[in-house]
Design a protein around this ligand. Structure first.
Ligand code: ADP
Length: 279
Protein backbone atom coordinates (compact mmCIF):
# COMPACT_ATOMS: atom_id res chain seq x y z
CA UNK A 1 0.00 0.00 0.00
CA UNK A 2 1.66 3.24 -1.15
CA UNK A 3 1.79 5.91 -3.81
CA UNK A 4 4.96 5.66 -5.83
CA UNK A 5 6.60 7.93 -8.38
CA UNK A 6 9.22 6.17 -10.50
CA UNK A 7 11.43 8.53 -12.52
CA UNK A 8 8.53 10.80 -13.38
CA UNK A 9 8.88 13.72 -15.79
CA UNK A 10 6.23 16.18 -16.88
CA UNK A 11 6.16 19.12 -19.31
CA UNK A 12 3.41 21.65 -19.94
CA UNK A 13 2.43 22.32 -23.57
CA UNK A 14 4.54 19.40 -24.76
CA UNK A 15 5.63 19.63 -28.38
CA UNK A 16 4.65 23.30 -28.76
CA UNK A 17 6.85 26.42 -28.73
CA UNK A 18 5.49 27.01 -25.18
CA UNK A 19 6.82 23.68 -23.88
CA UNK A 20 7.91 23.98 -20.26
CA UNK A 21 9.62 21.16 -18.36
CA UNK A 22 8.09 21.21 -14.86
CA UNK A 23 9.41 17.96 -13.35
CA UNK A 24 12.31 15.74 -14.27
CA UNK A 25 13.12 12.23 -13.11
CA UNK A 26 11.26 12.39 -9.79
CA UNK A 27 11.06 9.29 -7.61
CA UNK A 28 9.04 9.34 -4.41
CA UNK A 29 6.92 7.13 -2.22
CA UNK A 30 4.17 7.93 0.26
CA UNK A 31 2.98 5.35 2.76
CA UNK A 32 -0.23 5.31 4.83
CA UNK A 33 0.29 7.28 8.05
CA UNK A 34 3.34 9.05 6.67
CA UNK A 35 3.55 12.86 6.56
CA UNK A 36 5.87 13.89 3.77
CA UNK A 37 6.76 17.45 2.78
CA UNK A 38 7.71 18.59 -0.69
CA UNK A 39 9.57 21.88 -0.39
CA UNK A 40 11.09 24.20 -2.94
CA UNK A 41 11.17 27.71 -4.31
CA UNK A 42 8.30 29.04 -6.48
CA UNK A 43 8.35 27.31 -9.85
CA UNK A 44 10.27 24.26 -8.58
CA UNK A 45 7.43 21.91 -9.59
CA UNK A 46 5.60 21.35 -6.28
CA UNK A 47 2.05 22.01 -7.54
CA UNK A 48 2.69 19.92 -10.63
CA UNK A 49 3.74 17.05 -8.38
CA UNK A 50 0.56 17.48 -6.29
CA UNK A 51 -1.60 17.22 -9.41
CA UNK A 52 0.27 14.14 -10.63
CA UNK A 53 -0.49 12.49 -7.28
CA UNK A 54 -4.22 12.49 -7.85
CA UNK A 55 -4.07 12.08 -11.64
CA UNK A 56 -5.24 15.59 -12.51
CA UNK A 57 -2.08 15.42 -14.62
CA UNK A 58 -0.56 12.22 -15.97
CA UNK A 59 3.18 11.48 -16.14
CA UNK A 60 4.79 12.03 -19.51
CA UNK A 61 7.73 9.77 -18.69
CA UNK A 62 8.08 7.31 -15.84
CA UNK A 63 5.19 6.02 -13.77
CA UNK A 64 2.95 7.08 -10.91
CA UNK A 65 1.36 4.10 -9.14
CA UNK A 66 -0.92 3.46 -6.24
CA UNK A 67 -0.96 0.01 -4.69
CA UNK A 68 1.01 -1.25 -7.67
CA UNK A 69 -1.40 0.10 -10.34
CA UNK A 70 -0.08 2.60 -12.88
CA UNK A 71 -2.26 5.69 -13.23
CA UNK A 72 -1.81 5.70 -17.02
CA UNK A 73 -3.49 2.27 -17.26
CA UNK A 74 -6.66 3.25 -15.34
CA UNK A 75 -10.00 3.75 -17.11
CA UNK A 76 -12.32 6.70 -16.38
CA UNK A 77 -14.18 4.93 -13.58
CA UNK A 78 -10.95 3.80 -11.94
CA UNK A 79 -9.55 7.33 -12.17
CA UNK A 80 -12.66 8.64 -10.42
CA UNK A 81 -12.09 6.14 -7.58
CA UNK A 82 -8.43 7.10 -7.44
CA UNK A 83 -9.34 10.78 -6.98
CA UNK A 84 -11.47 9.77 -4.04
CA UNK A 85 -8.69 7.66 -2.51
CA UNK A 86 -6.09 10.39 -3.05
CA UNK A 87 -7.82 13.64 -2.07
CA UNK A 88 -6.34 16.91 -3.29
CA UNK A 89 -6.82 20.08 -1.25
CA UNK A 90 -6.09 23.10 -3.42
CA UNK A 91 -3.92 26.02 -2.34
CA UNK A 92 -6.86 28.45 -2.25
CA UNK A 93 -10.03 26.90 -0.74
CA UNK A 94 -12.14 29.11 -3.04
CA UNK A 95 -10.73 27.11 -5.99
CA UNK A 96 -12.58 24.11 -4.54
CA UNK A 97 -15.84 25.70 -3.35
CA UNK A 98 -18.96 25.81 -5.48
CA UNK A 99 -21.90 25.29 -3.06
CA UNK A 100 -24.05 27.83 -1.24
CA UNK A 101 -23.59 26.32 2.22
CA UNK A 102 -20.89 24.43 4.10
CA UNK A 103 -23.32 21.51 4.44
CA UNK A 104 -23.90 21.27 0.65
CA UNK A 105 -20.19 21.68 -0.02
CA UNK A 106 -19.34 18.72 2.19
CA UNK A 107 -22.31 16.60 1.11
CA UNK A 108 -21.18 16.67 -2.49
CA UNK A 109 -18.48 13.99 -2.22
CA UNK A 110 -20.52 11.35 -0.33
CA UNK A 111 -23.54 12.00 -2.61
CA UNK A 112 -21.33 11.62 -5.64
CA UNK A 113 -19.88 8.35 -4.33
CA UNK A 114 -23.38 6.94 -3.87
CA UNK A 115 -23.87 7.22 -0.11
CA UNK A 116 -27.57 6.75 0.85
CA UNK A 117 -29.10 10.27 1.40
CA UNK A 118 -30.16 9.40 4.98
CA UNK A 119 -26.51 8.80 5.97
CA UNK A 120 -25.16 12.04 4.52
CA UNK A 121 -25.99 14.47 7.41
CA UNK A 122 -24.22 12.09 9.78
CA UNK A 123 -21.17 12.04 7.49
CA UNK A 124 -21.14 15.86 7.33
CA UNK A 125 -21.28 16.05 11.14
CA UNK A 126 -18.49 13.45 11.43
CA UNK A 127 -16.03 15.28 9.17
CA UNK A 128 -16.88 18.71 10.62
CA UNK A 129 -16.05 17.30 14.04
CA UNK A 130 -12.81 15.78 12.71
CA UNK A 131 -11.61 19.15 11.40
CA UNK A 132 -12.90 21.10 14.42
CA UNK A 133 -15.40 23.22 12.48
CA UNK A 134 -18.37 24.58 14.50
CA UNK A 135 -21.62 22.71 13.71
CA UNK A 136 -23.52 25.97 14.16
CA UNK A 137 -21.91 27.37 11.00
CA UNK A 138 -22.89 24.52 8.66
CA UNK A 139 -25.54 26.61 6.90
CA UNK A 140 -23.12 29.50 6.23
CA UNK A 141 -21.72 30.19 2.78
CA UNK A 142 -18.22 28.68 2.59
CA UNK A 143 -17.12 31.87 0.82
CA UNK A 144 -18.09 33.98 3.87
CA UNK A 145 -15.82 32.21 6.38
CA UNK A 146 -12.47 33.22 7.85
CA UNK A 147 -9.28 31.93 6.20
CA UNK A 148 -8.80 29.19 8.80
CA UNK A 149 -12.45 28.10 8.63
CA UNK A 150 -12.34 27.98 4.81
CA UNK A 151 -9.28 25.75 5.00
CA UNK A 152 -11.07 23.41 7.44
CA UNK A 153 -14.12 23.17 5.18
CA UNK A 154 -11.89 22.46 2.16
CA UNK A 155 -10.21 19.63 4.07
CA UNK A 156 -13.56 18.37 5.45
CA UNK A 157 -15.05 18.19 1.95
CA UNK A 158 -12.15 16.00 0.82
CA UNK A 159 -12.29 13.89 4.02
CA UNK A 160 -15.99 13.27 3.32
CA UNK A 161 -14.83 10.94 0.52
CA UNK A 162 -12.86 8.84 3.08
CA UNK A 163 -9.51 9.27 1.31
CA UNK A 164 -6.50 7.11 2.12
CA UNK A 165 -4.13 9.95 1.22
CA UNK A 166 -4.38 13.73 1.42
CA UNK A 167 -2.35 15.95 -0.87
CA UNK A 168 -2.34 19.54 0.36
CA UNK A 169 -0.95 22.38 -1.72
CA UNK A 170 0.42 25.10 0.58
CA UNK A 171 -2.28 24.56 3.25
CA UNK A 172 -0.92 27.16 5.68
CA UNK A 173 -0.96 30.04 3.18
CA UNK A 174 -2.75 33.09 4.60
CA UNK A 175 -3.24 31.68 8.10
CA UNK A 176 -2.16 33.54 11.23
CA UNK A 177 0.16 31.81 13.73
CA UNK A 178 -2.73 30.28 15.69
CA UNK A 179 -4.61 29.11 12.57
CA UNK A 180 -1.39 27.63 11.22
CA UNK A 181 -0.73 25.67 14.40
CA UNK A 182 -4.32 24.43 14.56
CA UNK A 183 -4.11 23.25 10.98
CA UNK A 184 -0.82 21.44 11.60
CA UNK A 185 -2.29 19.73 14.69
CA UNK A 186 -5.25 18.65 12.53
CA UNK A 187 -2.86 17.13 9.96
CA UNK A 188 -1.00 15.38 12.77
CA UNK A 189 -4.26 13.84 14.00
CA UNK A 190 -5.13 12.66 10.46
CA UNK A 191 -1.69 11.11 10.12
CA UNK A 192 -2.26 9.30 13.44
CA UNK A 193 -5.46 7.87 11.96
CA UNK A 194 -3.38 6.35 9.16
CA UNK A 195 -3.91 8.90 6.40
CA UNK A 196 -0.79 9.44 4.26
CA UNK A 197 -0.15 13.16 3.84
CA UNK A 198 1.78 14.84 1.05
CA UNK A 199 2.31 18.41 2.17
CA UNK A 200 3.41 20.86 -0.50
CA UNK A 201 5.03 23.91 1.06
CA UNK A 202 7.67 26.57 0.58
CA UNK A 203 7.84 26.84 4.40
CA UNK A 204 10.93 24.94 5.46
CA UNK A 205 10.16 25.61 9.15
CA UNK A 206 6.88 23.67 8.90
CA UNK A 207 8.54 20.81 7.02
CA UNK A 208 11.45 20.53 9.48
CA UNK A 209 9.27 20.79 12.58
CA UNK A 210 6.28 18.62 11.67
CA UNK A 211 6.94 16.21 8.82
CA UNK A 212 8.46 12.70 8.85
CA UNK A 213 10.38 13.07 5.63
CA UNK A 214 11.13 15.85 3.16
CA UNK A 215 11.76 15.98 -0.58
CA UNK A 216 13.46 19.14 -1.82
CA UNK A 217 12.83 20.26 -5.39
CA UNK A 218 14.77 22.80 -7.40
CA UNK A 219 13.86 23.66 -11.01
CA UNK A 220 11.84 20.46 -11.31
CA UNK A 221 14.57 18.16 -10.00
CA UNK A 222 14.91 16.36 -6.71
CA UNK A 223 17.98 17.82 -4.98
CA UNK A 224 17.68 16.36 -1.46
CA UNK A 225 15.52 13.88 0.42
CA UNK A 226 15.48 12.49 3.92
CA UNK A 227 14.39 13.06 7.49
CA UNK A 228 14.24 16.65 8.79
CA UNK A 229 17.65 16.11 10.48
CA UNK A 230 19.19 14.82 7.24
CA UNK A 231 17.74 17.71 5.23
CA UNK A 232 19.09 20.22 7.71
CA UNK A 233 22.59 18.68 7.41
CA UNK A 234 22.31 18.66 3.64
CA UNK A 235 21.17 22.32 3.43
CA UNK A 236 24.04 23.29 5.75
CA UNK A 237 26.59 21.99 3.27
CA UNK A 238 24.64 22.41 0.02
CA UNK A 239 22.19 25.33 0.13
CA UNK A 240 19.29 25.19 -2.32
CA UNK A 241 18.27 28.27 -4.31
CA UNK A 242 15.41 30.15 -2.63
CA UNK A 243 15.32 27.99 0.53
CA UNK A 244 16.21 29.95 3.64
CA UNK A 245 16.88 28.18 6.93
CA UNK A 246 14.30 29.06 9.62
CA UNK A 247 15.61 31.38 12.40
CA UNK A 248 16.33 28.66 15.01
CA UNK A 249 18.19 26.46 12.51
CA UNK A 250 20.11 29.50 11.23
CA UNK A 251 21.06 30.44 14.80
CA UNK A 252 22.38 26.93 15.54
CA UNK A 253 24.28 26.98 12.22
CA UNK A 254 25.91 30.34 13.03
CA UNK A 255 26.84 29.27 16.59
CA UNK A 256 28.43 26.11 15.17
CA UNK A 257 30.37 28.24 12.70
CA UNK A 258 31.69 30.19 15.69
CA UNK A 259 33.04 26.91 17.05
CA UNK A 260 30.35 25.87 19.54
CA UNK A 261 29.76 22.12 19.68
CA UNK A 262 26.02 22.67 19.41
CA UNK A 263 23.79 20.27 17.41
CA UNK A 264 22.49 21.61 14.10
CA UNK A 265 18.80 21.83 14.96
CA UNK A 266 15.54 23.61 14.27
CA UNK A 267 14.34 22.85 17.81
CA UNK A 268 14.90 25.70 20.25
CA UNK A 269 14.63 23.26 23.20
CA UNK A 270 17.78 21.48 21.99
CA UNK A 271 19.66 24.78 21.98
CA UNK A 272 18.38 25.67 25.45
CA UNK A 273 19.31 22.28 26.85
CA UNK A 274 22.81 22.67 25.35
CA UNK A 275 23.15 25.77 27.53
CA UNK A 276 21.70 23.91 30.51
CA UNK A 277 18.42 25.84 30.44
CA UNK A 278 15.28 23.79 31.07
CA UNK A 279 12.40 24.70 28.76
P1 ADP B 1 5.57 25.47 -7.76
O1 ADP B 1 4.30 24.87 -7.29
O2 ADP B 1 6.79 24.93 -7.08
O3 ADP B 1 5.55 26.96 -7.74
P2 ADP B 1 4.70 24.64 -10.42
O4 ADP B 1 4.50 23.17 -10.41
O5 ADP B 1 3.50 25.52 -10.31
O6 ADP B 1 5.79 25.04 -9.31
O7 ADP B 1 5.45 25.06 -11.76
C1 ADP B 1 6.60 24.36 -12.26
C2 ADP B 1 6.95 24.97 -13.61
O8 ADP B 1 5.91 24.71 -14.54
C3 ADP B 1 7.14 26.48 -13.59
O9 ADP B 1 8.17 26.79 -14.49
C4 ADP B 1 5.82 27.00 -14.08
O10 ADP B 1 5.98 28.23 -14.75
C5 ADP B 1 5.38 25.91 -15.07
N1 ADP B 1 3.92 25.80 -15.13
C6 ADP B 1 3.09 25.51 -14.10
N2 ADP B 1 1.80 25.45 -14.52
C7 ADP B 1 1.83 25.69 -15.85
C8 ADP B 1 0.84 25.76 -16.85
N3 ADP B 1 -0.45 25.55 -16.57
N4 ADP B 1 1.24 26.04 -18.12
C9 ADP B 1 2.55 26.23 -18.39
N5 ADP B 1 3.54 26.18 -17.51
C10 ADP B 1 3.20 25.92 -16.23
Amino acid sequence: MSIEFKKVSFSYHKGTPLERKALQDISLSLEPGEWKAVVGHTGSGKSTLAQLCNALLLAEEGEVRKDGRTYGSLNKKELRCLRREVGLVFQYPEQQFFAETVEEEISFAPKNWGMPPKDIPHKVAEVLKKVGFPEALRSRSPFALSGGQKRRVAIASVLAGDPEYLVLDEPTTGLDARGRRELLLLLQSLKCRGIGILHITHDLDVALSWCDRILVLDRGKSVARGTPGEILQSLDTQPVRGLVLPPVAELSRLLRQKGLALPLTNDVREILSFYGVNS
